[in-house]
Design a binder for this molecule. Structure first.
Ligand SMILES: [Zn+2]
Length: 468
């Protein structure tokens, strides 16, 4: 599939536009679990953007690795922004490894807007743990480690090496975190075959999974014209020309919303979004604006997100020729223009069909763990997965958090202890499946056969390897 090929759905979108229980402690057994206590400890560490202190969180993670019996190391691509890499070395470290990634930073939370202080990790009588990061995504980072802890206790030994990466700065673009890490020789040395990263909570019983995300294009349009007295009725004035851009963008926007409303696409992830984020014009005075002058300059900024398989060329033409033609004294300036292709010239989409053995494993094992998986989705906002997919490595966005309202970045973000413990079980199965023996078609052996004792290692065939 060439990246330059146009995708049906997106063309359709463009065409449509153009054509128009109780214990002594008072806690239930779930709430009293040591794993829950450890999660709450992690949640209390304040790694808040824009000035996170990563030292306490680094100490905490290294200490966790030590108690579990896993190796850890710190990689630093920018001062005071550590990547903590925890490794469970496989029996055959020559095989490609698997990676479970999470970010250690969180967005700010205003305590006055929260029922409980956002870094108290308060747990109510229902087992709901309130904390910034309880969904996004310290919970998932701890699920990985708790799953590893349980598997080690049960005697499981991975065939492939398993890496748990804890990266900084995801909430501010990941430049000094995942992006630097994924593009480093340290990452290349790990020979990673597949990455699992954050997903999103689901309000119903079905877990959400993401195999792609929208591509960000942000740009502004500048309009120029002759300045004129406010009384003149003239053609081609800067503000007037910019207003027409806004009209054309609004019409496109409406066409995309209609595609969702009429059910022609599954959801917001399958259409392009474009939103006007600022407007700049006028001649300021100390108290306001000059009211009788038509200004010579006007500017509008846009946040645009396009589906990963969009026809980038056609879209750029739409923006520069249809929305903001130079003949109207309009110029388009891109601030961010992410590539729609990966390093191999393919769409940045992780396949979710039988061709991808990792998908087959993921899908099957989640249902075997008693999880109910929804259709793979396009993530609307950005995550660290994009850096991995850019290198042509498959990546899944998966947070096993069901029956929970999505409160990422919102007030009163919470996670129920029961849901958290269930997530650990799901990750146990995923780690076993991904790191254990399976054949080239990605067919899963019985999960029980993955449990081995140290003295039975020879009985495991050595020639199994997934070709990707
Ligand atoms: Zn996140």
């Amino acid at each position: 599939m060439a990246c330059t090929e146009a995708l049906g759905i997106f063309l359709l979108a463009l065409l449509s536009f153009f054509s128009r229980d109780g214990t002594a402690t008072g806690l239930s057994p779930d709430q009293d679990e040591p794993a829950v206590t450890r999660l709450r400890e992690y949640l209390r560490i304040e790694t808040v953007q824009p000035f996170p202190d990563y030292l306490p969180v680094t100490r905490f993670l290294i200490q966790q690795a030590q108690t579990i019996g896993l190796d850890s190391k710190i990689l630093e691509f920018a001062p005071s922004k550590p990547v903590v890499l925890i490794t469970w070395t496989g029996r055959d470290p020559e095989l490609a490894s698997v990676m479970f990634n999470s970010h250690t930073d969180v967005v700010a939370a205003d305590p006055s807007e929260w029922t409980h202080p956002p870094f108290s990790a308060h747990m109510d009588s229902e087992g709901n743990i309130y904390a910034r990061g309880s969904q996004d995504m310290k919970s998932v980072g701890m699920m990985y480690l708790e799953a590893a802890r349980n598997l080690i206790d049960a005697g499981f030994l991975p065939l492939r090496s398993v890496h748990f990466s804890y990266v900084p700065d995801e909430e501010v673009g990941g430049v000094d975190g995942a992006e630097s890490f994924v593009n480093s020789p340290d990452f290349d040395d790990l020979n990673v075959a597949v990455v699992v990263d954050e997903g999103m909570p689901s309000p119903n019983a079905k877990y959400r999974i993401f195999n792609r995300e929208k591509i960000l294009w942000s740009f502004f349009v500048r309009a120029v014209g002759s300045p004129a007295h406010g009384s003149r009725l003239l053609d081609s004035m800067a503000v007037e020309n910019l207003r027409q851009v806004l009209n054309r963008v609004a019409a496109f926007r409406e066409s995309q919303i209609n595609l969702i409303k009429t059910g022609m696409v599954a959801g917001e992830g399958d259409v392009a979004s474009v939103n006007n984020v600022y407007l700049k014009a006028g001649t300021p005075t100390p108290t306001g604006f000059v009211m009788n002058v038509q200004p010579s300059h006007a500017e509008a900024g846009f946040d645009m997100r396009i589906p990963p398989e969009a026809d980038a060329e056609a879209l750029e033409e739409l923006i520069t020729k249809e929305w903001a033609p130079a003949s109207h004294n309009l110029t388009v300036h891109f601030v961010t223009k992410q590539n729609t292709c990966d390093e191999n010239g393919r769409y940045m989409v992780t396949p979710v069909d039988d061709s991808n053995p990792w998908w087959v494993l993921m899908r099957d094992v989640i249902s075997q763990a008693g999880g109910n998986l929804g259709q793979p989705e396009t993530r609307i906002g950005a995550s660290d997965s994009r850096f991995v997919r850019r290198k042509g490595i498959p990546a899944f966005g998966f947070s096993p958090i069901a029956n929970t309202p999505n409160l990422m970045h919102a007030r009163n973000e919470f996670l129920n202890a029961k849901e958290y413990l269930k997530g650990i079980k799901v990750y146990e199965e995923i780690i076993k499946a991904f790191s254990g023996p399976h054949d080239a078609k990605g067919k899963l052996d019985t999960v029980e056969s993955f449990y081995v004792n140290h003295d039975k290692l020879e009985s495991i065939p050595e020639n199994i390897h997934i070709e990707l």
